[in-house]
Design a binder for this molecule. Structure first.
Ligand code: 5GP
Length: 130
């Protein structure tokens, strides 16, 4: 069965898109730890990150780097935290999280955002993606 992220890629489920190319897609996490919490995924569905080829892994990190730079330009924060978990969605994804404190990396406190806020933030980050 297609993962929820494959359904986002196919357009079956909507997302707040940040950036994409033929191989990767970056979009806002729907239940963010902090404003700007972004997921970067390969379009080809794979469960675990270390099952990717070394080349695919490096390409994912390069794309994530560019997304992180756009986040830094868009959101005041101490730094961009990066995490890979995958216990909820078995489709490789890199969490990029603009953080102020360690708690922002703990997936416990969540930021409530309106649809308008998600849309405006995604637009700002997308504009800063190069
Ligand atoms: P993990 O698999 O790394 O534990 O977490 C999966 C992440 O995907 C969570 O942070 C969750 O909020 C996010 N997520 C789950 N379903 C959706 C969805 O349909 N859309 C978006 N944008 N994010 C999702």
């Amino acid at each position: 069965m297609a993962s929820i992220f494959s359904k986002i890629i196919s357009g079956e489920i909507p997302c707040y898109k940040i950036a994409e190319n033929d191989i990767f897609l970056a979009f806002l996490d729907i239940n963010p730890n902090a404003k700007g919490h972004t997921l970067v995924i390969p379009k080809k569905e794979e469960n675990k990150i270390f099952d990717l080829s070394e080349e695919a892994y490096n390409d994912l990190m390069s794309f994530s780097y560019r997304v992180a730079k756009a986040l830094e330009k868009s959101i005041p924060c101490k730094r961009i935290g990066m995490s890979v978990i995958g216990l909820e969605v078995p489709h490789v994804h890199v969490h990029l999280i603009p953080i102020q404190t360690m708690a922002d990396m703990q997936f416990v406190q969540k930021e409530v955002m309106s649809e308008e806020e998600f849309q405006a933030l995604a637009k700002t980050i997308a504009r800063n993606f190069t």
